[in-house]
Design a protein around this ligand. Sequence first.
Ligand code: GTP
Ligand code: MG
Length: 197
Amino acid sequence: MIIKSSEFVVSNSDVAKCPNSKLPEYAFIGRSNVGKSSLINMLTARKSLAKTSGRPGKTQLINHFLINKDWHLVDLPGYGYARVSKSIKKTFQKFITQYFEQREQMLCAFVLIDSRHNPQPIDLEFMQWLGEHGIPFCIIFTKADKLKPNALTRNVEEYKEKMLEIWEEMPVHFITSSTNDLGRDEVLKYIEDLNNQ
Ligand code: GTP
Ligand code: MG
């Protein structure tokens, strides 16, 4: 898919205030610092459409971006960020879960996993929660440029093994790098196909 236009629409912490449209949308979710905002910039080929930072906890709201005037990309705050207070964590959790429970036009959640790390309980639990709520999701292994090819393959294989202890099959997954555009065409093609269904 060719990205002809991408524009910021709105940020908020209230699902009821998300854009009042039926356009299909795709959410990027995962632990703080995993690369959600960077991936949105990579997909849209915009340097700083979504705000990124080396410090975890940068994205704190639900951010809608309109792509090709036809569908939305949604940048969400990270979960599992240790340095925010418990009450902030609770508020985050609440609006993230409300977002997924209420946004019927959300066609696929992309769950981002840092390809360098072992399977983490928080991610596995979050995917389990999505499954229990019938919310479609895919996995994106991020920051592939930080690993040698062998280590990357080994980590992805280990992740698959872990997932197969829980799931009957491995969900659709992609390997990406926001620094060298790895996986860009594949993710955009996947979105395009869902848009056309
Ligand atoms: P929060 O909004 O805090 O939840 O983080 P996020 O998941 O949006 O992460 P963000 O995109 O802000 O990226 C976090 C850090 O990782 C930044 O320093 C990015 O430059 C870096 N980063 C993100 N993706 C990649 C990647 O594919 N490769 C490399 N090398 N660095 C990346
Ligand atoms: Mg972010």
